[in-house]
Every structure is written in C-alpha cells, then in structure tokens.
Unconditional design. Structure first.
Length: 131
C-alpha cells in the first residue's frame, strides 16, 4: 500500500478490481491523457516510419496479409531502404498487393541487389513466376 504513489494506486488497482472493461479504459485514458486513438493504417504508417527493423519488416508483411492496398506507396518506399530484411518484406508484401505483371516488373529491378541472398531469392521468384 505504501510502495506505490497515491496517484498511481488508482490505475494499478483498476487492473485487479472487478470493474468493467469500459471503466478500466476510462481510467487509463484519464491517467494517460495523451493516448491517441488511431486506425490500423495510422499505426502501420508510424511503425514503418519510426519502428526498428524487425517491427518495420513485420508491419510490411502484415500490410500484405491484410491487403491494405492504400499503403502500397509506403510499402514501395520501403524498397529504397538499405536493410535487406525490410526490402525482402516489402517485396513479399507487394506480391500480395499487386497484380502478377506489376509484381514481376518490380522484382526484375532487384535481380542484382547488393545483398546476395536477397538477389538469389528474387531470381528464384522470377523463375517460378515465368516458368
């Protein structure tokens, strides 16, 4: 009881008290007044812009899985990044978002990518698509 500061007790107790979810959210919003409600699109845009490499890669992949075609420009911009894991994730995402012809044209631009393993993956992908 005397370990936690008084203003934080209310928030911590709300986690354990049998109160409704709505009341817990109200208390959290009261305590964390700067919390913003964002759409999935807004969150994904921020993750791509400010996230670490792993978060960006996962976000790019999820954009493809969810077929968020409104984020295609951001995914294409990720192709300009220098980190192979991000470029590969963007390519995988775009395979789910673009038609086959557009995707194949895009892949061909990465046949000689500096990261050898990614370039090999691209060439195999092209061969599969053309074969």
């Amino acid at each position: 009881d005397n370990i936690v500061q008084t203003e934080k007790k209310k928030l911590i107790l709300a986690v354990f008290e049998p109160i409704s979810r709505a009341e817990k959210i109200r208390l959290a919003r009261e305590y964390f007044s700067d919390l913003k409600s964002r759409s999935v699109i807004e969150w994904f845009e921020e993750f791509i812009e400010k996230g670490n490499n792993w978060l960006v890669a996962c976000t790019l992949y999820q954009i493809g899985v969810l077929k968020l075609s409104e984020l295609v420009p951001q995914v294409k911009r990720a192709l300009e990044r220098k980190e192979p894991v991000i470029v590969e994730s963007a390519l995988v995402s775009l395979e789910m978002l673009l038609d086959k012809s557009q995707y194949l044209d895009l892949l061909k631009k990465f046949e000689n990518y500096p990261a050898v393993s990614l370039a090999e993956w691209v060439r195999k992908k092209i061969a599969q698509m053309e074969g």
